[in-house]
Design a protein. Structure first.
Length: 143
């Protein structure tokens, strides 16, 4: 397992997993308000779990990067779903095609069934860079 793209502005890492002989997931188009989706991940370190979700608003969110060194604006979906630790970094999937609407990154504070995902258009550049990468990169202290 090695990191081939580390994007601190988008808080995205693209990993190479030698020996993982599975097809790459494909990105979906934009998801509109009310679109059904699935959150895939390992919530609370449990086995692989699929959680139903509904896409809400799409918005541009401005926040500090992971190093608190600059502000960045990212396009995100607000989603209605139970997001827990272990879902972050997992895909938000179209249940009909298996294509990816985005990447889950947070749960709302104080609201049990609201979370957030970076849109596919926001993360697809990092995914393409990872596909073309051939050397590991430093994560600058993040693991």
């Amino acid at each position: 397992l090695r990191v081939e793209v580390d994007d601190p502005k988008g808080d995205i890492a693209v990993l190479d997993v030698p020996g993982l002989n599975l097809p790459a997931l494909k990105f979906a188009g934009a998801a509109g308000r009310g679109t059904n989706a699935v959150v895939a991940g390992y919530p609370e370190n449990h086995p692989f779990t699929l959680v139903p979700a509904t896409v809400g608003a799409t918005q541009d969110a401005t926040a500090p990067d992971i190093y608190q060194s600059a502000y960045v604006t990212r396009q995100i979906y607000e989603i209605r779903a139970k997001i827990q630790p272990g879902n972050s970094g997992g895909p938000l999937i179209d249940p009909h095609t298996g294509h990816v609407y985005g990447v889950v990154f947070a749960a709302a504070v104080g609201i049990d069934d609201v979370g957030y995902a970076l849109t596919a258009s926001d993360v697809s550049g990092d995914a393409q860079a990872g596909k073309a990468a051939s050397q590991p990169v430093s994560t600058q202290g993040c693991a």
